[in-house]
Design a protein around this ligand. Structure first.
Ligand code: NAD
Ligand code: LMR
Length: 338
């Protein structure tokens, strides 16, 4: 069967008459690792996003099948597939937003840091491609360990002379999604009404939910605070163990990634007041990277919000988080500088 691009080549499509109706310019989005466990539901949800005009699917395996399948959805975005390293540059050229869920996931008993040896190299290569082909793109980095892969990406971009810290964001949205869900369960609320800031990083104790700043304002007993903090910090492990060797969170992650990508695109469009948590270059603490609430705009991260008032439990959590984060950040930087 002809691929989407072959159809266009055969001139059976009436050019200029079939796409991007409604006058919205739309954004060009590439997903690297598009055929994976996160990649597939992520491309499906991005194909449904009206802010996306062009969707590039890149992977080292299986992109033709996923692209063919997704391209039959009757939504506006034009879908194109790219397979293997020799097609990486075509996949990236002209992109406004690049989302990276490429890399291996955890199995039971592993930490996210155990993925470093494989995923660090994958992220480095993909970021070299971004430096060359779409240096102005916003990058949403999902591949673990996020606490190290974001510093790796920053070093690659610095080396290429294109680093703009506002455009590199580690995706910690799943921690917020989980926090909203678990807090809503305890409070007996609809999770859509709950907003929990989660700061720090994306692994174990570096995931620091600020339960004293939950909206709507509420208070928790010590037992509730300990239960919620532990459940949020171990949410990823909970899924890894339940999947029993078949990978880590993919569906909730794809949901979180799309929620975050949509916020980035609304920022790029110029919408006001787009605020989400993300792991970014930051001066909120003494560490070079830290996750906090950030305001997203046309340049990416336009404002980084301070931590706000922390209670004693959170201050102790912050010290533990910073200790582990410092090591993970340093590990990423030294890998990239090698
Ligand atoms: P998966 O194994 O199902 O899919 C990964 C995909 O990446 C595969 O299709 C694979 O072919 C592809 N890939 C491998 N090397 C590549 C390369 N060099 N270029 C492009 N693609 C490549 O894994 P998954 O469950 O989708 O998870 C992917 C990553 O996301 C893992 O590192 C996982 O730990 C991480 N993750 C992060 C979060 C988060 O909150 N940030 C949440 C869940 C998972
Ligand atoms: C998650 O939080 O679900 C991801 O980081 C995947 C993992 O390994 O836990």
């Amino acid at each position: 069967p002809p691929t989407n691009s072959q159809m266009e080549g055969n001139c059976v499509l009436r050019r200029g008459n079939c796409r991007a109706k409604g006058g919205s310019p739309g954004f060009k989005v590439a997903i690297l690792g598009a055929a994976g466990g996160i990649g597939q539901p992520l491309v499906m949800l991005m194909k449904m996003n009206p802010l996306v005009s062009v969707l590039h699917l890149y992977d080292v395996v299986n992109t033709p099948g996923v692209t063919s399948d997704i391209s039959h959805m009757d939504t506006g975005a034009v879908v194109r597939g790219f397979l293997g390293k020799e097609q990486l540059e075509d996949a990236l050229t002209g992109m406004d937003l690049v989302i990276i869920p490429a890399g291996v996931p955890r199995k039971p008993g592993m930490t996210r840091d155990d993925l470093f040896n494989i995923n660090a190299g994958i992220v480095k290569t993909l970021c070299e491609g971004i430096s060359k082909c779409c240096p102005k793109a916003i990058v949403n980095l999902i591949s673990n360990p996020v606490n190290s892969t974001v510093p790796i990406a920053a070093e690659v971009f610095k080396k290429a002379g294109i680093y703009d810290p506002r455009r590199l964001l580690g995706v910690t949205m799943l921690d917020v999604v989980r926090a909203n869900t678990f807090v809503a369960e305890v409070l007996g609320l609809d999770p859509r009404e709950v907003d929990v800031p989660v700061v720090g990083g994306h692994a174990g104790v570096t995931i620091l939910p600020l339960l004293s700043q939950v909206k709507p304002p509420c208070s928790f007993t010590t037992k509730e605070t300990e239960y919620l903090t532990s459940r949020i910090q171990n949410g990823g492990t909970e899924v890894v163990e339940a999947k029993a060797g078949a990978g880590s969170a993919t569906l909730s992650m794809a949901y979180a990634a799309v929620k975050f990508a949509d916020a980035c695109l609304r920022g790029l469009r110029g919408d006001a007041g787009v605020v989400e948590c993300a792991f970014v270059s930051s001066q909120v603490t003494e560490l070079p990277f830290f996750a906090t609430r950030v305001r997203l705009g046309r340049s990416g991260v336009e404002e980084i919000y301070p931590l706000g008032p922390l209670n004693e439990y959170e201050r102790a959590g912050l010290e533990k988080a910073k200790k582990e984060l410092a090591e993970s950040i340093e590990k990423g930087i030294s890998f990239a500088r090698k």
